[in-house]
Design a protein around this ligand. Structure first.
Ligand code: SF4
Length: 450
């Protein structure tokens, strides 16, 4: 989601006439789209801004931050960054930059003339429509109304939904991103068609709760399964193969018709990232996840029945407030039971503003680290059982980049398993190739091009 937002920031800044650079040392305006899901991610923001503020002694530099920011960090960022803005105020970024360093609403009352026609939404509306004075800027369009400058020529993200109504007790997203808002399906389809025409090979539909798409419109919008069906019809009929992904779904909203729709379309990638967070019902209840292990298991059964080749990824938190050894053992059992191909595990860190913040952080760092290490080993073991099945088979991969291993290129399979093969032919980047798998690790495979 942050990458997708950054692509929209890129558009706005480019239309202001600014030139993009990959090298932070070369930038005169530099910013971060922050993520508050874990403390570690926010710590990185503090470390970056401390470095950039030192650079200010030597050169002229404007810094900004946006994205998911909690109120406490927001206050601190105001002192550290020149600009702190909500992504919903993206349209006002040119004006803020013009008034360098001034974030007061009053500064936005005077609109520089030469910006008037620079930023235009996909709908053709001037991006500044409704922005004067700032009171109206509160009603600025969703970020997805700004046409992105895609970072890649073969992989793209399409935001379809923003915000969350679930209020998991460990998470601050509903407070930072707000309630669920679904993007009109007509716009999604328009963006999809344009990407298909341009020959994109991998497209990911994005949302905090991607599969609760449409629910906020109370019957006046497609359901997620219906949207997927339309997307599948378009992508299936494309000249070249396309893999369509979506992330991240919530187990509670994972209905059987979604799995059936994925099974129906060859372009809908057989890979699902379904966050379980814990394998213990009491912890799930305290997390306010609104699903239990058996409800999760039901979805996994549908996946195994209807999508036999599908890979399954998940997210897990260890050391949530009050987690006992027994409850942790239940999470280990769930990892073995569901046979994940990948699990993004995090040690619990209380997020200010989230409900569980009030419950404290009673599991010591040492215990969290131990549980994290044990679970990482469990996941590697079950994942290796999966990748071993690929040995000596031929799989199609989308080549994405030069691998860290000298003389190799890497990409991923349809199931998003990292795959590498020896080649120096960078013209293959962005293309599908077939490789025969010769060796495997838990989370990657290696082979030779066929
Ligand atoms: Fe956060 Fe839960 Fe919403 Fe996901 S579903 S964004 S974890 S509150």
């Amino acid at each position: 989601m942050n990458q997708s937002d950054a692509e929209r920031v890129h558009t706005v800044m480019t239309k202001m006439g600014l030139i993009y650079t990959d090298l932070e040392e070369n930038a005169s305006i530099i910013g971060i789209i922050a993520c508050s899901v874990r403390q570690k991610a926010i710590d990185k923001v503090y470390s970056k801004i401390s470095k950039w503020n030192k650079w200010k002694n030597k050169k002229s530099l404007i810094t900004f931050v946006s994205g998911c920011i909690l109120p406490d960090d927001h206050k601190k960022f105001l002192k550290l960054f020149d600009l702190v803005f909500d992504m919903k105020e993206l349209a006002a970024l040119p004006m803020m930059l013009n008034h360098y360093g001034v974030v007061s609403p009053l500064s936005l009352l005077s609109v520089p003339e030469n910006f008037e026609d620079n930023i235009v939404l996909k709908s053709g509306k001037n991006i500044f429509t409704g922005l004067q004075p700032l009171k109206k800027a509160k009603a600025t369009p969703q970020t997805w109304e700004v046409e992105p400058i895609y970072d890649s020529t073969f992989e793209a993200f399409i935001p379809i939904q923003n915000g969350c109504n679930k209020f998991c007790s460990f998470c601050a997203v509903p407070y930072t991103r707000g309630r669920e808002v679904s993007r009109p399906s007509t716009e999604i389809i328009e963006e999809l068609k344009s990407l298909v025409e341009k020959g994109y090979k991998s497209i990911t539909l994005l949302g905090q709760n991607v599969n609760s798409y449409g629910l906020d419109k109370r019957g006046k919008e497609l359901s997620f399964a219906q949207l997927l069906d339309m997307v599948g019809n378009i992508a299936d009929s494309a000249k070249d193969d396309i893999w369509i992904y979506f992330t991240a779904p919530h187990p509670r909203d994972m209905t059987r018709d979604i799995i059936e729709t994925i099974a129906k379309h060859r372009s809908l990638a057989k890979q699902i990232h379904l966050p379980i967070q814990s394998g213990d019902d009491t912890i799930l209840e305290r997390m306010n996840r609104k699903h239990n292990v058996e409800r999760y298991a039901e979805t996994v059964e549908w996946i195994r029945e209807l999508l036999p080749t599908c890979t399954l990824f998940t997210d897990i938190i260890v050391g949530f407030a009050g987690e006992t050894d027994e409850q942790f053992e239940n999470t280990r059992n769930a990892v073995r039971r569901f046979g994940f191909n990948m699990a993004y595990t995090a040690m619990y860190s209380p997020r200010p503003g989230a409900a569980a913040f009030e419950w404290g952080d009673d599991i010591s760092h040492q215990i969290k680290k131990r549980r994290y290490a044990i679970l990482t080993e469990d996941i590697a073991e079950v994942a290796l059982n999966n990748t071993k099945k690929l040995l000596n088979t031929t799989v199609k991969i989308l080549v994405r980049e030069k691998d860290r291993k000298e003389g190799y290129l890497s990409g991923h399979t349809e199931g998003r398993i990292v795959a590498r093969f020896p080649s120096k032919d960078i013209s293959l980047i962005g293309k599908f190739v077939e490789i025969e798998i010769k060796s495997v690790t838990p989370f990657s495979v290696e082979g030779e091009i066929v």
